[in-house]
Design a binder for this molecule. Structure first.
Ligand code: URA
Length: 441
């Protein structure tokens, strides 16, 4: 037993001692529901110190958690804040979450595409940290576009337009916000129980009726190994179902950047190409596959998803969505002051293009942030001109770096050194397999 410090008079009696809980996980034991509930509540209200929670997250990282513990952790994090409710909407809700990758702009074409079928897509999104971009950062490249909406604006846009992509308020799963910042600086992000409970607590608290998870594996993902990706997907699908959310997952390959654009404004440009019925084959393939999953869970398994991209319905919803949030869908997007083109040193076939180094390079150009409070440079990033498997000729542009300050090019070029290779016809193309490697659900 322990008592809360700093109190005089009547002291709150705490039911557990956090050091006992840390020892239990350190020694590969199992925490009870009551212990996990208390731990999350006590950490959220500041009773458990960051250094104690750091020891706990490291013990979880090293020794894992039982499924019952992961479920309890998720519920405790949901209960740390408010829960949204869409019962009053006239439309069914369906949402998507990606575990994050390089060039992953899929939410931008996907949300309006799915909403064009008369369902509501409440996408509460985040900003980028490190080499994976943030959906809000990308959309903020559009002049006038606003990420923060009041509750009334959010609900009325869902009813009228169907698609909303906006900032999640701090009221949803606040325990996760605190825990995620701690994991970020203690090397404990890549733990399946912690990732699964972090993502699912926010998505369940958000109140969507259906959820499709895009779980990435490969060099540009949190989890490199496909089997670990599958375990994460299965854990999250189970958590969703236990909470009454219709949930499925696609297991997708993040060894190669998605599409040709890595950055912010350039990713918006590429998304608009997809909404106009064009765009890179991999971005279209994944957008269509995720849209089918979301619409199937929302009761429309036969929706003509490609048709909505071809005939402009998805584009109309995009324009309405951007306009409703103060953006001008026709405004010119920012362009960087400086560019640097890297050309092919020989003729042959591009056999390798590794996602992580290209993500890091885009970040170093200014497309991402190193600290939460830093701004991003919307025009900074990388435009690829060839993808693995493409034939290239000596001197042809392979990719263009864009930045506002030319001094950034050197460190970006260092990041991609050895990350792409031109081989000969017949050499193995190092993509690590198909884009969509499996489905769970
Ligand atoms: N995204 C989240 O929201 N949480 C994690 O732990 C990892 C990715």
């Amino acid at each position: 037993m322990s008592v809360a410090p700093g109190h005089t008079g009547s002291m709150a009696i705490e039911p557990f001692d956090v050091v006992d809980l840390i020892r239990t996980k350190r020694d590969k034991g199992v925490l009870s529901t009551a212990q996990i509930d208390w731990m999350i509540d006590a950490y959220t209200r500041g009773y458990i110190a960051d250094e104690q929670m750091s020891a706990m997250t490291m013990a979880i990282f090293l020794n894992g958690m039982e499924r019952t513990e992961i479920r309890d952790l998720t519920l405790a994090m949901i209960n740390s804040g408010e829960r949204m409710n869409f019962d009053s909407l006239s439309k069914k809700t369906t949402d998507k979450h990606s575990t994050g990758g390089v060039g992953d702009k899929i939410t931008l074409p996907l949300a309006p595409l799915v909403a064009s079928f008369g369902v509501a897509v409440p996408q509460l999104s985040g900003r980028g940290l490190g080499h994976t971009g943030g959906t809000l950062d990308k959309l903020e490249s559009i002049p006038g576009w606003r990420a923060s909406l009041s509750n009334e604006e959010f609900y009325s846009q869902l009813e009228e337009v169907g698609a909303v992509i906006c900032a999640a308020g701090s009221g949803l799963a606040p325990a996760d916000g605190k825990l995620y910042s701690l994991r970020d600086i203690t090397g404990t992000v890549e733990a399946i129980p912690l990732i699964a409970s972090s993502i699912m607590s926010k998505k369940i608290a958000e109140g969507t009726a259906a959820l499709v998870l895009d779980v990435k594996f490969g060099s540009g993902a949190f989890l490199q190994d496909i089997e670990r990706g599958r375990e994460l997907a299965e854990t999250m699908v189970q958590l969703g179902r236990d909470a009454g959310v219709a949930t499925s997952a696609l297991l997708t390959n993040m060894n190669v950047p998605l599409g040709f654009a890595i950055g912010n404004a350039n990713e918006v440009r590429e998304s608009v190409e997809v909404l106009a019925g064009g765009g890179p084959a991999d971005v279209v393939e994944l957008t269509v596959a995720l849209a089918r999953e979301m619409l199937t869970l929302a009761g429309q398994p036969d929706a003509d998803v490609e048709g909505a991209l071809r005939d402009g319905r998805a584009m109309d919803t995009w324009r309405a969505m951007v306009t409703a949030q103060g953006g001008d869908p026709d405004a010119a997007l920012p362009v960087a002051r400086e560019t640097h083109v890297v050309t092919a040193s020989r003729s042959g076939v591009l056999v390798d293009q590794q996602a992580l180094p290209f993500g890091i390079a885009a970040w170093r150009l200014g497309a991402g942030r190193a600290r939460k409070q830093d701004p991003v440079q919307h025009a900074a990033g990388i435009d690829l001109h060839a993808k693995p498997g493409d034939t290239v000729t000596e001197g042809q542009p392979l990719f263009t770096l864009s930045a506002d300050e030319p001094a950034r090019f050197e460190r970006a070029l260092e990041a991609v050194e050895g990350a792409y290779r031109i081989g000969d016809v017949g050499d193995e193309i190092l993509t690590g397999g198909p884009l969509i490697a499996g489905r769970i659900g």
